[in-house]
Design a protein around this ligand. Structure first.
Ligand code: FE2
Length: 256
């Protein structure tokens, strides 16, 4: 049985990304896919782009990649500050020109949607309706209109990131299920109805669990994984970054 892995919302957190890649390397994984937001918020955008390029078969474009390449129009002041800091890192003149060009070329080629398994699996950053921007949150299961409209665009299984909250959304009974409600954090795909799977966040989890999150999946199931990493090292880098706001460090400790 072929097993794949998905990473999402790495957010320039190199320590978390390296630990996740190490964990993936202990399993028999065919390919790794990324759902976007490789950069933004964290202190190592260049290194994380290099790792994503090296290890991920493809990556979706996230709202943070979009913001760095264009303008951060719908970001709040603090998020915009992080976008500008990130852009400066990618343009840092101490990095060889060829390498800098490579970062921007890589960002430029990221797609909004990808499909696999004859279109059965769909990959986007936010939602199939508004790929880089729309959030699908646990509370949305109470908004049947929104969820039905989104599910109309799902072939059978849709993988998303963006909210940093891992879990499965079911079409049939409009439920959200957190991995801790699943046996061994594993969910079998229903044969008849559609599901949306949020892969959680490698570099900035927001479900009150500070450990890095990623998923593995086959044609039949998805499993959620959590990995400890050196949060303090990242907190220190953010504090010494000369530009990244302190709250970005604080939230890593609490996973929110
Ligand atoms: Fe994100």
């Amino acid at each position: 049985m072929t097993v794949f892995a998905i990473v999402s919302d790495i957010h320039a957190n190199l320590e978390a990304f390296e630990r996740v890649l190490e964990d993936i390397a202990t399993k028999d994984i065919q390919d790794i896919f990324c759902l976007g937001d490789i950069i933004g918020y964290g202190p190592n955008p260049r290194e994380c782009l290099e790792l994503a390029q090296k290890y991920c078969r493809f990556s979706m474009i996230g709202n943070h990649e979009e913001a760095v390449m264009m303008i951060a129009e719908d970001f709040n002041d603090r998020a915009r500050q992080a976008v500008e800091w990130t852009r400066n890192q990618l343009n840092d003149k101490t990095v060889p020109r060829e390498q800098r060009r490579e970062y921007w070329n890589y960002l430029d080629k990221l797609q909004k949607m990808e499909m696999l398994e004859k279109g059965r699996f769909l990959f986007v950053h936010g939602s199939p309706r508004v790929p880089t921007k729309e959030y699908i949150m646990p509370r949305d299961v109470q908004d049947a209109g929104k969820m039905r409209a989104i599910f109309e665009m799902v072939p059978q299984v849709c993988f998303v990131g963006h909210s940093h909250v891992p879990g499965v959304y079911t079409e049939q009974d409009l439920r959200y299920i957190h991995p801790r409600q699943m046996k061994e954090s594993k969910f079998e795909f229903p044969s008849e109805s559609k599901i949306i799977i949020n892969a959680g966040s490698v570099g900035q989890p927001r479900d009150q669990d500070p450990r890095a999150c990623y998923i593995t999946f086959t044609e039949e199931w998805v499993q959620f994984h959590r990995v400890f990493y050196n949060v303090s090292a990242v907190v220190e880098k953010i504090q010494n970054s000369g530009g990244l706001p302190q709250y970005l460090a604080d939230r890593l400790r609490e996973g929110k």
